[in-house]
Design a binder for this molecule. Structure first.
Ligand code: GUN
Ligand code: FE
Length: 444
């Protein structure tokens, strides 16, 4: 579908491209050409954010300025999309995994999150997590911050400065019986959410958007949920929260919201289930609840490392897909100990194998299916698929250049392998080491 372009400059990449489409989990384009519109690149934006704004175009014009020729061990794939990650919990990632969810929140999470009142501490942790996730190949992240507005705004600024596409949420919670100093009043939560949204939008960051973030139903009064639903609706905003992660939590929600038919019904009643909502976990949702997700267009974030680490449950991904609910993958740092989406891919494959071990009739997910969930699925779950998730013409060029046989890397190739094998090896064995320069996108 060639289209004449008057743009003055184009990057042309030649090589193998692997990505997912609506029709197929893995499309491989061998020895293909991909043109990237550089007009934005030459405007005077900071280097990092320019880079993430390159657009895939359909016609390669004669003014092409660069050919990225690739080796046979290299390919391009879409950037990984982390649909659920707590930036504020990165300081204790890899520790404190010895308790179930509700005790874990009180013992570790709330005390650590309360430290983000200190902006210098916040700056340190938020810089580390944004750098780390970018190094790991996460080009889009959907972040929980903490209840602190200033620190949450700082996370937005840091993501923008490093050129990471991000949804950033100031956490809202007006109920906390255990760590009493880590909660807000109803009024403060409302006012500060509005201030956070207004101030983040005023910055006009090209890649960063606010997301309305009730922590989860047990941390919020019905009045707060109601207010947050209103705020999201009036401003057409994204919404994120947690749902049905553990049995104990589901039971607690039943006690706290006896008038609701289900956990999902609590969010639905408060206008928090929309086509811009992403809910983490959903391990214990009923078929009726999944049908509500489908009806409202809300999506799920599958966080298998966290589900294993906190012994929360195992999401039945086949059943979610059968109900046609949008699904992405998340690291859920620090319930999940790894900030790498490659780890999330491997744990998702493990989770599906656990279900097959329990019931041999359960069809294990293929690596191609999990690849789609980690890229296009994630962008759909975050309603960002008009901009990112694959290499369709018109989308932004959020791409990873993978060299499976990089010197000193974890993979040895005995012979030239087909791209499908290269991708499978990369997903199972690879490591990412993104280097912070547009010229040097190489990953191993
Ligand atoms: N539910 C409510 N808050 C949290 C959190 O911080 N992490 C996880 N995994 N689940 C939650
Ligand atoms: Fe979480």
């Amino acid at each position: 579908c060639a289209k004449e372009t008057t743009e003055s400059a184009t990057f042309v990449y030649r090589g193998t491209f692997v990505h997912s489409t609506q029709q197929t989990a893995l499309q491989i384009l061998k020895d293909a050409l991909l043109g990237v519109d550089l007009s934005i690149f030459f405007q005077s934006l900071p280097l990092s954010s320019q880079f993430s704004q390159l657009k895939v175009i359909s016609f390669i014009c004669h003014k092409a300025v660069f050919f990225g020729l690739l080796h046979s061990s290299e390919f391009f794939m879409p950037g990984l999309v982390d649909t659920h990650i707590h930036a504020s919990q990165y300081s204790y990632a890899g520790t404190a995994l010895d308790m179930p969810l509700l005790q874990w929140l009180n013992a570790y999470t709330f005390p650590v999150e309360s430290c983000f009142k200190d902006l210098e501490f916040a700056r340190k942790v938020y810089t580390q997590i944004v750098r780390r996730t970018l190094r790991n190949g996460t080009t889009t992240a959907c972040y929980f911050a903490t209840i602190h507005t200033e620190a949450s705004l700082l996370l937005g600024q840091i993501a923008n400065d490093f050129g990471q596409r991000a949804l950033v949420g100031k956490v809202c919670m007006d109920r906390n019986d255990c760590v009493k100093h880590y909660k807000e009043t109803l009024q403060d939560s409302q006012d500060e959410t509005c201030r956070f949204i207004k101030e983040l939008l005023e910055k006009k960051y090209p890649l960063v958007k606010p997301v309305v973030t009730p922590r989860f139903a047990p941390s919020c009064t019905g009045a707060l949920l109601e207010q947050l639903g209103e705020i999201a609706k009036n401003n057409n905003l994204h919404i994120q929260s947690h749902i049905s992660e553990t049995h104990e939590e589901v039971k607690l929600v039943k006690e706290l919201f006896p008038e609701s038919e289900s956990y999902t019904d609590v969010y639905r009643k408060h206008n928090l289930l929309t086509d811009k909502t992403v809910m983490a976990h959903g391990c214990h949702l009923s078929d009726e609840e999944l049908a509500l997700f489908r009806e409202t267009g809300a999506s799920l974030s599958h966080c298998p490392n966290s589900n294993f680490s906190l012994c929360s449950g195992v999401l039945n991904v086949r059943n979610v897909l059968k109900h046609k609910v949008k699904l992405g993958l998340g690291t859920d740092v620090a319930g999940g100990y790894s900030a790498s989406m490659l780890d999330a891919v491997r744990r998702a494959l493990d989770a599906s194998k656990v279900l097959t071990i329990q019931d041999p009739k359960y069809k294990t997910l293929s690596f191609e299916e999990v690849f789609r969930i980690a890229t296009l699925g994630g962008s759909q779950a975050l309603s960002l698929d008009d901009q990112t998730g694959n290499f369709e013409v018109g989308k932004d060029f959020d791409a990873l250049r993978i060299n499976v046989a990089a010197e000193g890397g974890p993979i040895d190739l005995i012979q030239d392998e087909e791209p499908k094998i290269l991708l499978e090896k990369f997903l199972n064995l690879g490591e990412c080491h993104f280097l912070f320069a547009p010229e040097n996108l190489s990953l191993m």
